[in-house]
Design a protein around this ligand. Structure first.
Ligand code: CA
Length: 405
């Protein structure tokens, strides 16, 4: 069905509603309104029509408004106050400063629709106009209680600075690229950064395109407050019972929680036994005394199966020894590292504080070593006299331990 057919059969356009679930209540808290059209007894998506650049913008706006009006007719007749997520192209909205869109919503406000139920979904990165004016319009919308969601956060040329400036209520993140069993590691980091940004700017994260169980688990684990996708519900021409999947979702959450608890338990055990190993190793070389360069040389040989870099710092992060670094199969001294300062590194002082306070060792998170380019962990351990031992563990070792990655 081409765009012209759609234009001439506008009366057969209709809204579909895709349920959006909350992590806290495991119930439907709203719907994204999607454009569909009836054609040859089939319901087809109007996505291609809205993407078609040959369709004049006025027709797109008209069609958008027609579908929205039909959706709002249905919504006001329901005795419920779920959220309504409305897709709008920011470029089209700006053609009249959002006046017609707001005008339509106000008509329904008179018919009993509270405007704080409206969530406007826009894509930040394809907006071509004056950003200041867009910001101004959205600020104005929000005086009516209308919420703002930024779509496709993290995709293409998303501009984190602009997303921050719009201070959206919700960031929508598509999990489609995670469908494969070996997701792109870089994309994974992008998603984590977006989730962190959301937390910092006080936006809730909505994960969409959830199609399989492990995506739901990912969404749950990565701070997703809202979920949407075929795995939960397909779009339908009507609203559904909001508790329909509550038991199923709660059951899946219990499994996620159990799995996560097992992982944490396992990680704690690994940390415990690694700690013991380091302790035993240190005890062996007690007689070395305060020749710390000699100490790390001995340690490197004793821990050669599980480490590739060892050094000692004081609590201000000034390195008190050389580096001992494993190059291929041999350990080499790197004296140029002596007295370098590492206090600027993420979590450094925090870890020192925890070690001093609890007098035990800790594993760092998994991170990429700048020199080797490998994903590694650092184990840090307090050795007394205000000194702290740092042992970098290579990926190959972590990979062999069940629960370290
Ligand atoms: Ca959308």
């Amino acid at each position: 069905m081409d765009s012209l057919d759609i234009l001439t059969s506008a009366d057969r356009a209709l809204p579909y509603f895709q349920p959006i679930y909350s992590a806290d209540g495991q119930i439907v808290i709203g719907y994204e309104i999607l454009g569909r059209i009836e054609y040859n007894d089939k319901i087809i998506s109007m996505g291609p029509f809205f993407m078609d650049e040959s369709v004049p913008e006025e027709y797109k706006i008209e069609m958008d408004d027609l579908i929205l009006a039909k959706a709002l007719d249905l919504a006001v007749s329901e005795n419920d106050s779920f959220l309504l997520f409305i897709n709008r192209d920011a470029n089209l909205l700006m053609m009249d400063q959002g006046e017609s869109f707001l005008g339509l919503l106000k008509e329904y406000e008179e018919r009993g629709l509270a405007l704080d139920r409206i969530v406007l979904e826009i894509t930040e990165h394809n907006f071509k106009g004056d950003f200041g004016r867009l910001q101004h319009m959205l600020t104005y919308f929000r005086t009516y209680g209308i919420k703002l969601a930024i779509e496709n956060a993290g995709q293409e040329s998303s501009n984190l600075d602009r997303i921050g400036k719009l201070s959206p209520d919700i960031l929508k993140i598509g999990l489609q690229p995670l469908v494969t069993t070996s997701p792109d590691e870089a994309y994974h980091h992008v998603l984590q950064s977006i989730a962190l940004l959301a937390r910092k700017i006080g936006a809730a994260v909505l994960y969409e395109d959830i199609e399989v169980n492990f995506q739901l688990q990912y969404a749950w684990k990565t701070g997703g407050r809202f979920f949407q996708g075929y795995y939960l519900s397909h779009p339908e021409g009507h609203f559904i019972e909001k508790t329909l999947h509550k038991d199923k979702l709660a059951g899946e959450f219990r499994q996620f929680i159990q799995r996560e608890k097992n992982k944490l338990e396992k990680f704690h055990q690994l940390s415990q036994s690694f700690s013991e190993r380091v302790q035993e190793s240190l005890a062996k070389f007690k007689k070395i005394g305060s020749d710390y360069d000699a100490l790390i040389r001995e340690l490197s040989l004793d821990l050669t199966d599980c480490s590739f870099r060892i050094y000692i710092c004081n609590e201000e992060g000034f390195q008190q020894t050389e580096n001992i670094f494993k190059s291929g199969e041999t350990w080499v001294s790197q004296p140029e590292y002596k007295l370098k300062n590492w206090s600027w590194r993420p979590y450094f002082l925090e870890t020192i504080f925890r070690m001093r306070r609890n007098n035990r060792g800790y594993f760092s998170d998994l991170y990429r070593d700048i020199e080797t380019g490998e994903s590694i962990r650092t184990f840090s351990y307090p050795i007394g006299e205000g000194l702290y031992l740092f042992i970098d563990l290579p990926y190959a070792y972590l990979y062999d331990q069940d629960g370290m990655l």
